[in-house]
Design a protein around this ligand. Structure first.
Ligand code: DGY
Length: 322
């Protein structure tokens, strides 16, 4: 059986999982920092029983149709909007993701991004690097308070709840909007379910952690930003296309909102010349929500475990529920 990974992953983590299983061969795209070409992916999938994919790989109908031996695709992410689930079902390919193992790490990053944006870390770091610090002054790089403010979470899955727990540690009032009510979390946090409209109007921090679906695409647009407080901050650590970047740019440059912390973008990767990156009130980071060494290692191991389970005719550990 042949498992192909579309990115070079550390051998030592893989060997610890597959070392005692006969007849399993692992091949990898040879680069850690360069995505596999489409041409190579098409070629490799023809001989693969299992694929380990990155969120930057488009696993569409063409790829799935070429994988005549393919039984399982394990995506190194909790999100799976890069995979055509309909086509996977048609070609009888099991799709797996990496939930749970990345929840706390992604929540840490999300709350950190909120703090960095509210307290202007980006500008403050540049201030010293550019040798601008000549004196202490009362409103030098003064930002927005976080404690006792209202956070509005869009997408109250496991990561949303973990961010809400962090917010409660800062004595914040927690609002949320989700496709289903989370009654357990409402009581234990506590958190209050609100309409999208109320989330926009009442939150000091709007935090998007929602997956990309037809329903969530373009949720954060001109209409939404217009309803936000002018002192409010928008944070996106979910998926880029859930926001409209042109409308966000407009809201940030016309003072409709105070700032934005962004870990994700409509099209990734972005370059230094991206319009949002040049704004002083934006903290932009390169989709590193789950990027701690411990968590990425756990994600890699979970991907291989999922693939092996399926190739051995067993239930995957974390199949995507459709
Ligand atoms: C995911 O796993 O979907 C995250 O976006 C990775 O940071």
């Amino acid at each position: 059986m042949r498992i192909y990974s579309t990115r070079k992953l550390p051998e030592k983590h893989i060997q610890s999982i597959i070392h005692n299983i006969d007849g399993v061969e692992v091949e990898m795209w040879p680069y850690e920092d360069k995505p596999i070409s489409r041409e190579e992916l098409v070629k490799q999938v023809e001989h693969a029983d299992g694929l380990i994919t990155m969120l930057s790989d488009s696993i569409d109908e063409e790829i799935l149709a070429k994988g005549t031996k393919l039984k399982v695709v394990a995506n190194l992410a909790v999100g799976f909007d890069n995979i055509n689930l309909e086509a996977a079902r048609k070609h009888q390919v099991v799709v797996c993701n990496t939930p749970d193992v990345l929840t706390e790490t992604t929540a840490d990053l999300t709350f950190g991004l909120l703090m960095a944006t509210a307290r202007r870390f980006g500008e403050a770091i540049s201030y010293i690097k550019n040798d601008q610090w000549n004196s202490w002054s009362p409103y030098l790089l003064a930002g927005q308070d976080i404690h006792h403010k209202t956070i509005g979470i869009f997408g109250m899955g496991a990561i949303g709840e973990a961010v809400a727990r962090r917010a409660r540690g800062f004595s914040m009032n927690v609002l949320y909007h989700n496709r289903t009510r989370k009654e357990e979390a409402e009581k234990s946090l506590p958190a209050q379910y609100v309409s999208l409209n109320d989330l926009a109007e009442q939150s000091d921090f709007v935090v998007s952690l929602a997956p990309l679906t037809n329903d969530t695409k373009n949720t954060f647009n001109k209409e939404f930003f217009q309803k936000m407080k002018s002192t409010a901050i928008f944070v996106n650590a979910g998926r880029g296309p859930v926001m409209n970047e042109a409308d966000l740019y407009d809201a940030l440059t016309t003072g409709k909102i105070a700032g934005a912390g962004l870990d994700v973008f409509e099209k990734e990767p972005i370059g230094a010349n991206h319009p949002l990156v040049g704004l002083p009130n934006v903290v932009a980071i390169p989709h590193i929500g789950s990027a701690s060494i411990e968590t990425r290692t756990a994600m890699i191991q979970l991907c291989f475990e999922n693939v092996l389970q399926v190739l051995q005719g067993k239930e995957a550990k974390t199949p995507v529920k459709r």
